[in-house]
Design a protein around this ligand. Sequence first.
Ligand SMILES: Nc1ncnc2c1ncn2[C@@H]1O[C@H](COP(=O)(O)OP(=O)(O)O)[C@@H](O)[C@H]1O
Ligand SMILES: [Mg+2]
Length: 227
Amino acid sequence: MIDPILQLEGLSKRYSKDRPAIFEDVDLTLRSGEYLAIMGESGVGKSTLLNLLAGLDTPDTGRVVLEGVDLTTLDDDATTRLRRRTVGFVFQAFHVLPYLSVEQNVALPLDLLGVAEPERGRRTQEMLTAVGIEALSQRHTRELSGGEVQRVAIARALVHRPRLVLADEPTGNLDARSAAQTLTLLRAQIKANAGAGILITHSRAAADTADRIVVLEARGLKALEAA
Ligand SMILES: Nc1ncnc2c1ncn2[C@@H]1O[C@H](COP(=O)(O)OP(=O)(O)O)[C@@H](O)[C@H]1O
Ligand SMILES: [Mg+2]
């Protein structure tokens, strides 16, 4: 196990030459077992930052070191392989595939990693049980409630036991009760996995479920104490 799991050094990103950078001088160290919330106003660049640290986009300056490997030195294929193995994503609910069953959605990351039966089925069932949706395994996700879909998304993000879990506004579409349940579950699963997690949110109540809070601003990340 390589610690820290993630290091960001002097990261900056601009989408266009004639506009100012979205953000500059972003530094961050994320250690094994840490659960971090990143807050910031809408449009400040939270999703952009998440894409950079998962190697889905490249920064203009700086380094993203994931499990000791500088992503900016890897080609696309190598980045994809590292991401599949190391990272689990929880997006807003609509990224779950509506025409697949709950079980098929959750097994997807294992398929991509070439995990075969019976191991694939065993780990999928275990994960469905862990998030409390084992009874829904054969249902299509389009028939589920928002809170149930988000459990599918969490199960899918964690089924391959990634070292780093990234959640981008995972409760944005949920009512307060489902949001609270989802956040509790997400935290518990990240801690059980002994990896690290980053929760992106504009809600202070959501951010307070993390161990530590930082705020993204144009000139970098600023620490904020967790309540
Ligand atoms: N692919 C893109 N091309 C150009 N501009 C973009 C792109 N993605 C995001 N932006 C712009 O970058 C800024 C930050 O966006 P985003 O990272 O989505 O912010 P947040 O997630 O904090 O709401 C916004 O002004 C947005 O319009
Ligand atoms: Mg966003």
